[in-house]
Design a protein around this ligand. Structure first.
Ligand code: NAP
Length: 315
């Protein structure tokens, strides 16, 4: 019998997933019984929930037959906040569209800061014809905190562009062209070396305000920050102080503690801050459907899911 798959995402996305999930299942040669609305599914018969934590399913108690909960987001703190059953694997989203979007965003903002493009776009014309050549990418050090699905892919792309990339993660990694460091003892020196620092860590107990005042003070003079992960990784007061004092050149903030960012937040008007409204990347229905179906197919074959959340670590 075909497994019952409940799409519990944003109702506006039902049409897209209603098209792409069956197409992906057909392409993979598996059958699914797809329900796009919880009202159309007997909870006791649902095998897999495709979950948006701000979607229609927030209580898993009636879903007694679940084989897996497939989160539509890469970040899992909101899904964990719903307290899903511990004996059911919670799987985070890893899919090509999400990864490619993040590569574009991070590469774009790193190149912008590397070339100091704002200087020529935002400022008054440089009447003195001041010639100031940027260094080559190979002479620019980019630090990336978090070398998972997204950070690892961005690190590899920036390295292939020529940047001197130092990556940092919890466990050791091997990414061609990237100097991979791991463990708490190498964090401060990684931050101290990064002229452009990219945050792609999950928000967990261990990473909350990881970029604190002491570490911000260790960033090289004139360094730039690109936070594409979560606002809660950063001590905002310390960051604003460092930007205000001119010690840091710029911060690109795609994420903030409160979203939408309130209109009176100092980030909006700060000349050294760019706020983007959490658009660094997004789960794309077509490629996400392929990833979801591949996960379900694995599970039907008796193989474990990939990218299962470690509840103790929070990601
Ligand atoms: P992931 O695959 O789980 O990777 C997380 C990385 O962070 C891993 O390399 C992990 O190390 C490392 N890490 C976690 N805790 C650590 C710690 N305490 N110390 C050192 N390293 C630690 O996650 P992902 O898919 O790359 O996504 C990363 C984050 O991006 C998400 O959690 C989400 O918050 C954010 N995000 C933002 C957007 C946006 O539009 N702005 C879109 C998608 C995702 P190990 O490899 O050793 O486990």
């Amino acid at each position: 019998m075909a497994p019952v798959v409940l799409f519990a995402g944003n109702p506006e996305k039902r049409a897209a997933y209603g098209e792409h999930l069956p197409a992906a299942a057909a392409a993979a040669g598996i059958e699914i019984d797809l329900r796009l609305d919880p009202a159309d599914a007997d909870p006791a018969c649902v095998d897999y929930i495709i979950l948006a934590p701000d979607g229609p399913v927030t209580d898993f108690t009636p879903y007694t037959r679940l084989g897996g909960i497939l989160n539509l987001w890469a970040g899992v703190e909101a899904a964990l906040g719903l307290d899903p059953p511990r004996d059911v694997p919670l799987v985070r989203m890893v899919e090509d569209g999400l990864t490619l979007g993040m590569i574009d965003y991070v590469t774009g903002h790193v190149l912008r800061h590397h070339l100091d493009i704002d200087r020529y776009i935002d400022s008054a014309p440089i009447a003195e014809w001041e010639v100031d050549y940027p260094p080559l990418a190979r002479d620019r050090t980019v630090g990336i905190l978090g070398l998972g699905a997204l950070g690892g892919a961005c690190a590899a792309r920036l390295a292939s562009h020529g940047f001197n990339v130092i990556g940092w993660s919890r466990r050791p990694k091997d990414i061609p062209g990237v100097e991979c460091r791991s463990g708490p003892e190498t964090l401060d020196e990684t931050i101290a070396a990064a002229e452009i620092l990219v945050l792609l860590l999950p928000w967990t107990d261990a990473t909350s305000r990881i970029l604190n005042a002491r570490r911000i003070a260790r960033m090289p003079r004139g360094a730039c920050l690109v936070n594409a992960a979560r606002g809660q990784l950063v001590d905002h007061r310390a960051l604003l102080e460092a930007l205000g004092a001119g010690r840091l050149r710029h911060a690109t903030m795609d994420v903030t503690d409160v979203e939408p960012l309130p209109p009176d937040d100092p980030y909006w008007s700060h000349p050294r801050v760019t706020v983007t409204p959490h658009i660094a990347s997004v789960t794309r229905p077509e490629t996400a459907s392929q990833a979801i179906i591949a996960q379900i197919a694995r599970h039907r074959r008796g193989e474990p899911f990939l990218h299962v959340v470690d509840r103790a670590r929070g990601y």
